[in-house]
Design a protein around this ligand. Sequence first.
Ligand code: SAM
Length: 366
Amino acid sequence: MNKVILYCRQGFEKECAAEITDKAGRLEVYGFARVKDNSGYVSFECYQQGDADKLGRELPFSGLIFARQMFVAGELLEDLSPEDRITPITAALSGVVERGGDLRVEVADTNESKELMKFCRKFTVPLRSALRNAGVLGRQDSAQRPVVHVFFIAPGYCYIGYSYSFNNSPFYMGIPRLRFPADAPSRSTLKLEEAFHVFIPHDEWDERLANGMYAVDLGACPGGWTWQLVKRNMWVYSVDNGPMAQSLMDTGQVTWLREDGFRYRPTRTNISWMVCDMVEKPAKVAALMGQWLVNGWCRETIFNLKLPMKKRYEEVSRNLEHLQSQLNEAGINARIQARQLYHDREEVTVHVQRLWAAVGGRRDER
Ligand SMILES: C[S@@+](CC[C@H](N)C(=O)[O-])C[C@H]1O[C@@H](n2cnc3c(N)ncnc32)[C@H](O)[C@@H]1O
């Protein structure tokens, strides 16, 4: 298998292709990306045998911005007979994966593939049973074993392959399924919730998204992001000139500040989270985030970077590199992750966790 298939938002195939080409190259894996506009996926074909598996193992999935999922794949299976698609798929996977821990029969996230998705749901049950009998899947699901992927791009046409459970998205089609909470004041609430699911491991939620923490929400109105923080019993400073939803104000957990988010400075020293959804130039937002992190005004942040019209991958990379060097210069060790989330449109969401800062030659653990 010498390909890697990456799922992305429809219309962002070029960005996904630019990113995989760049990041594979840094691992000295060379190949070329095949892009079909608006297909919702990219296929990256490696020149050297074994390199696709190397990417599947060693290219950190969490470091990819435009890919929602990544798996190692073989040649496209074509023209499968509607009478029996199971035999050729099982044959192609036999010997490639053994005792896989899960099966995902998927499609790209496009309007055109909605019908195909219904087929995938029905097809999963008999395929799973055949793959179990062939030893491609283990007898029971296991979160530690590779995930088997069957990715239909059209009826009778699919890529098959695997991803490593330690280096993939745990979600079907790479999309966490979230329900809009009826009492949240705006749909963008789902963006912050998705960011928590993507960036914060579940077993760390109790510690990192804890009751009683202090948070700041810059550009908060009408309060969808604030709602997520309030739901986790945090005390929130919501900064925006626009009005906040009364239901949030009634909780007593929100302090609404009608100020400019770029000028606002926190008055407490124990802010755990700063989130920011202000619509502004990405460089201006990134500079503000850098300032908060360098000064230690918050421990973690989630913010959006609006994408420009062109060279979007390059622009996002430049902003993130600049932020990284600002932190490096200040002696701050931080983890930066960025992803175009399912609920993001012309933007990406960034998460930064400040780990420690060097103070006079020693580490100041925060
Ligand atoms: C996309 S909306 C935020 C939606 C919010 N996250 C939610 O979930 O309901 C952007 C908000 O940023 C605010 N905003 C833009 N520039 C700002 C600034 N310089 N200072 C404070 N707020 C600003 C706007 O007033 C607007 O309410």
